[in-house]
Ligand binder design. Structure first.
Ligand code: HEC
Length: 95
């Protein structure tokens, strides 16, 4: 019994270490970062207004980075990517 537990713990650790950065993990991280930092000033109305600024994934990343910088958040590129991916899924829906 004890032996089995040790083995499965090792297998779990190996899975976690080897797991590639999956889309699902990025979206979960993006959602968390977004809801903790980004909902004070604007919401969906900003992203769907007729004169919105963002019209592609690359401008979306630029704005995510820009607002994060304004807020003095020093996000790594993968955090910016995660928030952009989350916002795209929820609001912009670029292909
Ligand atoms: C202190 C207020 C404030 C906070 C907090 C804030 N933003 Fe912004 N954000 C703005 C303002 C103001 C604009 C509009 C800029 C413009 O019209 O050029 C904007 C625009 C944007 C846009 C472009 C909207 C569009 O399509 O026109 C994106 C994307 C965005 N913010 C992402 C974020 C993210 C991600 C965060 C969290 C890191 C965040 N914002 C937090 C003030 C804020």
């Amino acid at each position: 019994m004890r032996h089995t537990l040790v083995l499965s713990a090792a297998a779990l650790t190996a899975t976690l270490l080897m797991a590639p950065a999956t889309q699902a993990a990025d979206l979960a991280l993006g959602k968390k970062l977004y809801s903790e930092n980004c909902v004070k000033c604007h919401g969906a109305e900003k992203y769907s207004r007729p004169d919105r600024k963002v019209h592609s994934m690359s401008t979306l990343k630029t704005y995510v980075q820009g607002c994060a910088t304004n807020l003095s958040l020093s996000w790594f590129e993968d955090e910016v990517d995660a928030v952009a991916a989350y916002m795209n899924k929820e609001f912009y829906k670029f292909k």
